[in-house]
Design a protein. Structure first.
Length: 482
């Protein structure tokens, strides 16, 4: 966290920004009695700013591109140090580290925490619950990028100007407790909730409960290899799939449009120009042999080329190399947070491994098939192409030599356009050296281990006296990472 003095200034400026930013003068007067300070603000405005800032940040060059390069879901196409920095060589710029950290804590976390406090003071448990679920999502992303983080003392600026760092295990346990608390306090009889500013579910509390349960399952699946006791809770959730995100209509996503200033942040990152970002060979080496029809959604072939061609990390691309797909970067592309296919893959994995349920590869196969179909449907693959893929190239888990590995492959491919999630999936897929897919050190990178985490930004290192020592380096494993 930023030290006390900075936090007070930043908190005040953010709350004032939220109170006046993006709303009419009438709304400004409605929420602020004093036009020179943020004396009163509606929780929904804090929520609206927080989720917008968060999604813009996660689809930015500091997050989307940087994590995509280090996780090798796509490639930089060479040493573009003058364009995207040197994250392809594991040299993260201070902007990448600081902007992400500030985004999670100051821009989003602090506003959500403030909204929770105000909602509970106003006897509005539903708004508080909605904010807690998003805060849990944001802190999940923070810990999976940075490891041990301020959590139990975070956002309590006056009480803890130098918040302690909680272990990742404790953070994840705290997130599960936060999600349970949120679902327990939802009250459909209470008319108060966020609806007009709820860009996810328009105030549908049943959908919010599915989102909370789905995020909880993700967290439990992340923990179970280090804490096998989590299998029982996994079994409870998997045994009640209706309580999870299970259809495209349930997907937690942010919709964008072609309206100016409401385009997908990734479109605005590139503005329709050549993205100078290329298909990673790790991806194409998996997808091409399987004739995966998502290739044309994820990547574009240069004019005149008949085949998709990927390039290894930090190897120079050429005129034949496929680029990051214009379909992914279109103005109206939705920003996906948690999907039905993601939940189906996790359920398939639970049955294939026997996590809290009786091991059953036939059940796993059905869920795996449904997950692949849902994934391809989300990216608008023609039904005929989906049918062909399922008939000719879908692996049969009941006869596969390593069915869990096959599930992990498809989980990773599904997350190519969500690099931070793909990076988590890769690290949790197996012990060091057996992860799926197999990654190799980028060309010209310093010899040593693969990249496994963001390090703390210099701003934080210089501001918080409770920084854990020794400070982590990029190759250090996190608690969940075997």
């Amino acid at each position: 966290m930023i030290m006390k003095f900075k936090n007070k200034i930043f908190a005040s400026s953010l709350l004032l920004l939220v109170a006046i930013g993006g709303v009419s003068c009438k709304k400004y007067l409605d929420v602020n009695a004093n036009p020179l300070s943020s004396l009163k603000v509606e929780p929904k405005l804090l929520f609206g700013y927080a989720v917008t800032a968060w999604d813009v940040s996660k689809n930015s060059g500091d997050n989307y591109l940087a994590v995509g390069f280090v996780g090798q879901t796509f490639s930089s196409g060479g040493d573009f140090s003058g364009n995207w920095g040197s994250s392809n060589l594991y040299n993260m710029s201070s902007n990448v580290l600081t902007n992400n950290w500030r985004g999670y804590y100051a821009n989003t976390g602090l506003n959500l925490k403030t909204a929770i406090k105000l909602a509970e003071e106003n006897k509005d448990p539903n708004t508080a619950a909605q904010c807690k679920i998003i805060l849990a999502q944001v802190m999940y992303e923070t810990t999976t990028l940075y490891g041990d983080i301020p959590f139990s003392q975070a956002f309590k600026i006056d009480e803890f100007p130098y918040p302690k760092y909680d272990s990742q295990k404790d953070v994840l346990e705290g997130l599960i407790a936060m999600l349970d608390e949120a679902t327990a306090q939802m009250n459909s009889a209470n008319p108060l909730k966020i609806s007009d500013y709820d860009i996810f579910y328009k105030g549908n509390l049943d959908q919010w409960k599915k989102y909370a349960n789905s995020l909880k399952l993700k967290i439990l699946m992340l923990m179970v290899d280090k804490d096998p006791s989590k299998a029982a809770a996994i079994g409870t959730l998997v045994s009640n799939p209706a309580g999870l995100i299970s259809t495209a209509a349930d997907n937690c996503r942010i919709l964008y449009s072609e309206t100016p200033n409401n385009e997908n942040p990734k479109y605005r990152l590139f503005l329709g120009d050549d993205p100078l970002t290329y298909a990673g060979k790790v991806s194409t080496d998996i997808m091409i042999p399987k004739k995966d029809p998502r290739l044309s959604r994820y990547f574009d072939k240069p004019a005149g080329e008949t085949e998709f061609i990927g390039v290894e990390a930090n190897v120079d691309a050429d005129k034949h190399t496929s680029t990051l797909g214009s379909y992914l970067l279109r103005k109206a592309a939705p920003s996906l947070i948690i999907s039905a296919q993601e939940m189906l893959f996790l359920q398939a994995e639970a049955y294939a491994r026997g996590l809290g349920v009786t091991k059953n590869l036939a059940t796993a196969q059905g869920l795996y098939k449904d997950a692949v179909i849902a994934a391809m449907t989300f990216y608008e693959v023609p039904q005929a192409s989906i049918d062909t893929y399922v008939a000719d190239n879908l692996v049969n888990l009941t006869t596969a030599a390593d069915p869990v590995k096959e599930i992990h492959i498809e989980q990773w491919i599904d997350l190519i356009d969500r690099p931070a999630e793909a990076f988590v999936q890769w690290r949790r897929s197996g012990p060091d050296g057996t992860e799926v897919p197999k990654l190799t050190l980028p060309k010209d990178a310093t010899p040593g281990p693969l990249f496994r985490r963001f390090v703390l930004p210099q701003e934080e290192l210089g501001a918080n006296i409770n920084i854990p020592q020794p400070t982590a380096v990029y190759s250090d494993k996190m608690w969940f990472d075997l």
